[in-house]
Design a protein around this ligand. Structure first.
Ligand SMILES: NC(=O)c1ccc[n+]([C@@H]2O[C@H](COP(=O)([O-])OP(=O)(O)OC[C@H]3O[C@@H](n4cnc5c(N)ncnc54)[C@H](OP(=O)(O)O)[C@@H]3O)[C@@H](O)[C@H]2O)c1
Length: 339
């Protein structure tokens, strides 16, 4: 500001009206205090406070954990860590061989737990297949459900350039599978008055992501669905949590090397299971039922909440995705020439 113009500030407001100056001072102090309080509470949740113990959902008492997309990546890690906690595990995905291999690795490592597998292709949305899965789920004491299965775009693309099948599959897998599996599992949890449902979401759900519009929209669905359902069932002692996730090393992310911001599935899943019921980085984001538990994802989420300005982040993401698409198309061209 031009120093000369400071003279124009109506100083009489401060000098002649002590009430006004005190009011402004208190308002400023309250705003600073609020930010300090929020930041301390977020840091405490991320680094100090323990979440609810996952074992309270029936571990070592015969309860099952059901994990969708359990043959690889994050889902496979959930299956291992829930078995370690003392749950029997039901692994759900398409590839029977991978499912069996994962189940027998779990059985070898944790001989005290039972494992079962169920093969289903959620992209097909086949009614008979869903009924088959419901029969496997019914009459089983399910303590934990991890709606982990997910599909993203093969590469960033504008909606008009997105293959129709890809668009349809993403909705079938990310939205319909979560709804149908939850719908099959929930009545039993209500009856037993105990349950934990984790819906694995993405930053792309909170921050609209151009060129991944379908994926982004389906992950936003998970956040809203979780908030609504969590309120519906909390009186039945059931926790429903939307787990907000930045990048994790996996086939889906196409990232092979971990870093501070991009963990391996192991530490990522450990953070989820150790922070149940704590919002961590999603605190104060206006998304009840959402948790961002992994420490660096949590700090990023909280920083984005503090900064605000979503349109700046959306535009940045758009630019990033344009360049990722360019590189992906070039790689495709090179590979086509090689063949
Ligand atoms: N990795 C990340 O950076 C990241 C970031 C944000 C959110 N997430 C979310 O985390 C979740 C897990 O992702 P991930 O990275 O672990 O993925 P991933 O490594 O690609 O694993 C996906 C799992 O889902 C199964 N699956 C895929 N399509 C299926 C279908 N049509 N029907 C049944 N099962 C199917 C796969 O097994 P089969 O091939 O045998 O079926 C596999 O077990 C997803 O919801 C994803 O959106 C991941």
């Amino acid at each position: 500001m031009d120093l000369e113009r400071l003279k124009d500030i109506p100083l009489f407001l401060v000098r002649d009206q002590p009430f006004m100056s005190t009011f402004l001072l208190v308002l400023g102090a309250l705003s600073v205090a609020r930010i300090v309080y929020q930041t301390l509470s977020v840091l405490l949740q991320i680094f100090v406070l323990p979440g609810k113990n996952v074992k309270q959902f029936g571990a070592n008492r015969g309860a099952w954990a059901v994990v969708t997309g359990a043959s690889d990546g994050i889902g496979k890690e959930f299956a291992f860590q829930l078995a370690k906690a003392g749950f029997n595990v039901l692994l759900v995905a398409r590839n029977k061989v991978l499912l069996q291999a994962t189940a027998s690795d779990i059985a070898k490592k944790y001989p005290g737990v039972s494992t079962e597998t169920h093969s289903i292709d959620f992209a097909k949305g086949d009614e008979a297949a869903y009924q088959g899965l419901a029969m496997v789920l019914n009459d089983r004491d399910i303590g934990v459900l991890v709606n982990n299965v997910g599909k993203s775009h093969a590469m960033p693309a504008y909606l008009v350039d997105t293959p129709k099948e890809e668009m349809i599959d993403i909705v079938a897998i990310n939205v319909n599978a979560t709804l149908r599996v939850t719908y099959a599992v929930l009545p039993g949890m209500v009856e037993r008055k105990r349950g934990l449902i984790l819906n694995i979401g993405s930053f792309a759900g909170g921050l609209p992501s151009p060129m991944l519009a379908t994926y982004s929209g389906t992950k936003a669905f998970l956040a809203t669905f979780t908030s609504a359902l969590a309120e519906e069932v909390k009186s039945h002692n059931i926790i429903v949590e939307h787990v907000n996730t930045y990048f994790v090393v996996s086939k889906l992310s196409k990232i092979r090397k971990s870093s501070a911001l991009i963990p391996q599935p192991g530490p990522y899943v450990r953070s989820v299971l150790s922070k149940i019921g704590l919002a961590c980085g999603a605190g104060y984001s206006g998304r009840p039922g959402t948790s961002t538990p992994y420490w660096s994802h949590a700090l990023l989420d909280y920083a984005m909440t503090l900064i605000g300005l979503p349109s700046v982040f959306i535009s940045y993401t758009h630019g990033l995705h344009k360049s990722i698409r360019k590189r992906a198309l070039k790689k495709q061209e090179r590979e086509a020439k090689r063949q």
